[in-house]
Design a protein around this ligand. Structure first.
Ligand code: CP
Length: 304
């Protein structure tokens, strides 16, 4: 593939290649000297039109570990505030000889749009409620690391699926690798098209947790929430919040994931987020190696 715009554009073999490359980079970043010189001649711009902690820092670190030159752009401190368009903004940045653009944007399809209008490799770091492909890759990579493989595993995605780019990219990535995916959440927060993706719905959290090997708990996205969709936060937590008591009563251990940022005490309690079953910080750690792999593989297509 020419860009990483979404998991829906990938094949199973693309994910295998990314993971094998990430295995190598994971070993590299655990060495005393955590850098390789591979991308000394590559310049990367990180364009964030929406807030981020993990994704922004993880991309920047991945790029620096590969020895690329890096420039960072936050829309809130830029001339976007004076009315500059996306294409003008990006073309001005590209005229400084940038090879790869990593972009987070609130609009669905922003990465695809950019890929059609500018001459650079585009990596989607989250486009509205659509896709977050590197999050799904690092999530699958973390499941593979914890359980040996993704194939044949039962993965539950819990919560606000409707507004979640993490959920959609995870569904595509997990199914490509042979996992079975179920979602659980309030019916108002489950999109109508979900069954057309081959995903089943369970509205009883206990039954859903009894079924799964892994529960990926989504953040309740208060900033995208309209009152018409949402039970109150208290009702949400009562019906769909993951706490220690519900997990202790399952009679088996399951792996707990969360993409972050966590609303502690809303979708997950602190004792679960910080438990031995949680791989939340492993996800963050693996994000650097996975993003190094994605950037490295795309950079191999650039004429140098
Ligand atoms: N998981 C994730 O995308 O986190 P940030 O919004 O902090 O980047």
């Amino acid at each position: 593939v020419e860009h990483l715009l979404g998991i829906k554009y990938l094949k199973a073999n693309d994910i295998d290649v990314i993971f094998k490359t990430a295995d190598h980079f994971k070993e590299v970043i655990n060495r005393p000297i955590k850098k390789v010189p591979s991308l000394r001649d590559i310049t990367i711009a990180n364009l964030f039109f929406e807030n981020s902690t993990r994704t922004k820092l993880s991309f920047e670190l991945a790029e620096k570990r590969l020895s690329a030159d890096v420039i960072n752009f936050s829309a809130s401190q830029s001339s976007v505030k004076k009315g500059e368009t996306l294409i003008d903004t990006v073309n001005n940045i590209l005229s400084m000889k940038v090879d790869i653009v990593v972009m987070r944007h609130p609009n669905v399809g922003a990465g695809v749009f950019l890929s059609k209008h500018v001459d650079a490799k585009i990596i989607n770091a989250g486009d509205g409620t659509h896709e977050h492909p590197t999050q799904a890759l690092l999530d699958s990579y973390s499941i593979r690391e914890k359980l040996g493989s993704v194939k044949g595993k039962k993965i539950l995605i819990v919560g606000d699926v409707l507004h979640s780019r993490v959920a959609l990219s995870n569904i595509f990535a997990l199914q490509l690798q042979g996992a079975t995916v179920k979602v659980c959440g309030p019916t108002t927060l489950i999109p109508k098209y979900i069954s057309s993706l081959g995903v089943t719905v369970e509205t009883n959290l206990k039954k859903a947790l009894e079924w799964c090997d892994v529960a990926n708990v989504l953040r309740v996205q208060h900033e995208r929430m309209d009152i018409k969709y949402f039970p109150s936060t208290r009702e949400y937590t009562q019906l769909f919040g993951i706490n220690k008591e519900i997990l202790d009563n399952l009679g088996k251990k399951i792996v707990i994931m969360h993409p972050g940022p966590i609303n502690r005490g809303v979708e997950i309690t602190s004792d679960v987020a910080d438990s031995n079953e949680s791989i939340i910080l492993n996800q963050v750690e693996n994000g650097v190696a996975v993003r190094m792999a994605v950037i490295y593989l795309l950079a191999q297509q650039i004429k140098r």
